[in-house]
Design a protein around this ligand. Structure first.
Ligand SMILES: [Fe+2]
Length: 194
């Protein structure tokens, strides 16, 4: 008899580690990593209950961000957006994948229209806005398609798993002010990143 066990975080990390070990090109990386992440978010028990709710205290009480795995060239976190939780346009400075496990998130993507030669200045144009649903995976493609804003306009929490090629803690990144075209450098001090 064949016993099938649910695809879990350990299996995901093992598959991703093996994949990264083959030094895949970007297209192979995204294709295979997305298929692994689809399996992981399809398992309702993939992450413990305490990582499926907003943190409940502090300045972002309605948000949750929990490191699930931190390794060389691979960072996996659970991100929870409480009702009304949102974040403005920002970049990631690494490849990434986001899979929605529960509820949905409105993800708005921007493309950069300026020639990037003026420090602290960027012109962004909205590319698309998509309601990303359970089972969906969206990709963050460095330099090409990695600036987004996230909004949970629903009345319940949205749970996601994020996967990145770099540890976002202390990684220099940018926020974008659409009204003034200012680029604001920042680095996440801990797992409150996304
Ligand atoms: Fe993000």
């Amino acid at each position: 008899m064949i016993t099938r066990t649910a695809y879990d975080l350990d299996q995901f990390v093992a598959d991703m580690t093996a994949l990264l070990g083959t030094q895949p090109d970007q297209s192979d990386l995204f294709n295979r990593a997305a298929s692994y992440l689809e399996k992981l978010i399809g398992n309702p028990t993939a992450i413990p209950e305490q990582f499926r709710r907003p943190v409940g205290t502090g300045k972002r009480a309605n948000h949750g961000s929990y490191a699930l795995y931190r390794g060389e060239g691979l960072f996996v976190s659970a991100v929870v957006w409480g009702p009304g939780d949102r974040v403005g346009p920002h970049d990631h400075q690494t490849w990434g994948l986001i899979g929605v496990m529960d509820n949905a998130i409105q993800e708005t993507r921007y493309r950069r229209m300026d020639d990037r030669d003026k420090d602290g200045f960027a012109v962004l144009e909205q590319d698309r806005s998509v309601l990303v649903k359970p089972g969906d995976v969206s990709l963050l493609v460095p330099d090409i398609d990695e600036i987004h804003r996230m909004d949970n306009d629903s009345d319940r929490a949205t749970v996601e798993i994020h996967v990145y090629g770099k540890d976002l803690v202390d990684l220099p990144r940018h926020r974008y002010d659409l009204a003034t075209n200012r680029v604001i450098p920042f680095a996440s001090e801990r797992f409150d990143n996304c």
